[in-house]
Structure formats: C-alpha cells, structure tokens
Design a protein around this ligand. Structure first.
Ligand code: SAM
Length: 266
C-alpha cells in the first residue's frame, strides 16, 4: 500500500491499552490520566480483525505497544491471535520491561519475535525519579528474561534530553555493550510543540521514509504521530479507515494536540 508520496505503508503499530504501570515524567502527568472506558477499548477480535485487513493491504511488520502492553489482561493470547495472521513477517513489542520476567517465555511461545525495552538510566534512584517510583531491577531482570526466551534482538530505547553523551545515556550505552543489546537513542519529543527528530540507531523520525500507521487502543487509526489526523475504525469500518489514512498521510509531521505518547505508544 503506497501513499501519495510513494511511501510503502507496511508497518502497523498497535497500542493495546492506555494504562501503564509507570508514570515517566516526559510521558504522563503525575496525577495520571483520564483512562478510556472499558467499552471504548478495542477487543482482541477487533484488533485481530483490523490487523488482518491491514495485512491484506500490505502490512508485513507489526509492533504491539501501549500504555504498557503487558498490563493488558490476556496479552499473550492477543499476541498469539496476531502471530497467527499469515503475512506478518516481523512481530515485535515495545515494553517498559517491568512485567517481562513473568511474560517473556509465554510471549515467545505465542509468536512474538523480538522486543524493545525502554531504559533511560541504570541508576536505581534516577530510574525511580524518571518513572515516578519504578524499580530498575525489575527491568534488568526482564531484559535477562527476554534474552533467555530468545526474543532476539533485544533493543533498548533510551530517551535522551539532548545528546547520547549525557551521563545517564552513557551508562546505558556501556550496559548495552556489556550485555550484547542494541540501543536506540530517542530525543525527548513534544507532540504539541512539534519537536521531533530522527532516532539514532532506529528508523523513526524521518518523514520521507515513514512507513507507519498507528492504531490507538480506542480504535483511532493515525497516519502520523505528529498530526491530529485520525480515522475511527469502528465508525468507518476497517478497510475505509486504512484507505483514508493511507490517502491522507501527511508528507511531514507538524503538531499533535489531541494525543499523547501514552495512548499512541510512540
Ligand atoms: N510502556 C511501553 C514502554 O515504556 O516502552 C510502551 C509505550 S511508551 C509510550 C513507547 C516509547 O515511547 C518508550 O520508549 C518511551 O520512552 C517513549 N516516549 C514516551 N514519551 C516520549 C517523549 N515525550 N519523547 C520521546 N519518547 C517518548
């Protein structure tokens, strides 16, 4: 499926929940967020049905994200339902890793191929501050569990303020080298102000190469992270929502005043 600018839209990111077990300072307000009502959240059947249609239009790469995907009840069953779809060549997940020790093996058995784990610091105190009370040991155990479960490659998402030479990022870099992990540095973004840039070590942030569509947990299909444009897959139907998103995907991101990272998933 190609858009007006000849970009092959073969990558679907699915946010399966707006809930998270961390409160990262750059992602969520301290007081938490107004959560979607249960009936607003897409069911597993809707997510699978939509993904099937997206795959029939040319999507071959799927990433499951959130909120925190591992807090969605029955996540392994959902991964299985998605991995069963013929035509998906690359199935991955982005997680904060807190619950990974518990889930890594079953996710791998359900067909998850690889995983990105967010880690901005390996210092326990700083991690607690950034995540507003998270325990970095749980993430480190989750990383080990992902490696043992064969979720290869394990990639680390490290959010930086300005440079990968910042003290925290340097320590995470060292940790990744020592533990055979790939690292991607993501400059802290601001959706409302339209601040974004390319991801060092990854493919994000380059509009001319952007091959992504994003589905929020309440069923809005977004052709661009930095745009208010969205198409409701329940109201429009799966096929029409995909066609409109592909047709109207902006050439370049601008600003997004209607969403936040915790409901789109980055
Ligand atoms: N809970 C999962 C996690 O922590 O990886 C998945 C969702 S989280 C929104 C996805 C990614 O977006 C994480 O790597 C996170 O660090 C990143 N992120 C969140 N807010 C961001 C921001 N303002 N700028 C850049 N990256 C951000």
């Amino acid at each position: 499926m190609f858009d007006r600018f000849d970009r092959n839209l073969n990558y679907l990111r699915i946010s399966v929940t707006d809930r998270c077990n961390l409160r990262c300072i750059y992602c969520m307000p301290e007081e938490g967020i107004k959560l979607f009502r249960h009936e607003e959240i897409l069911t597993f059947n809707e997510i699978q049905g939509f993904t099937k249609v997206a795959v029939s239009k040319g999507v071959t790469k799927v990433r499951i994200t959130g909120g925190e995907p591992l807090v969605r009840k029955g996540i392994t069953a959902l991964v299985r339902m998605i991995s069963d779809i013929k035509g998906i060549k690359d199935l991955s997940m982005t997680t904060n890793g807190i619950l990974l020790k518990q889930y890594a093996n079953e996710l791998s058995a359900a067909g998850l191929q690889r995983i990105n784990i967010s880690l901005d610091t390996i210092d326990a105190g700083k991690f607690k501050t950034i995540t507003r009370n998270g325990n970095v040991s749980e993430v480190l155990e989750g990383i080990e569990a992902a490696k043992s479960a064969g979720l290869f490659p394990v990639k680390i998402n490290c959010v930086i303020k300005e440079s990968k030479e910042e003290e925290e990022a340097r320590a995470v870099t060292r940790f990744c080298i020592d533990n055979n992990l790939e690292i991607r540095y993501i400059l802290q973004m601001d959706l409302v102000k339209g601040h974004f840039s390319t991801v060092d070590g990854g493919t994000g942030g380059n509009c001319s190469l952007c091959n992504r569509l994003r589905l929020t947990s309440n069923g809005k299909l977004k052709p661009c992270l930095f745009s208010n444009l969205e198409f409701d897959i329940r109201e429009l139907g799966f096929e029409k929502a995909i066609m409109l998103a592909a047709e109207l995907k902006p050439e370049c991101g601008s600003t997004n005043e209607t969403d936040a990272f915790y409901n789109i998933g980055g």
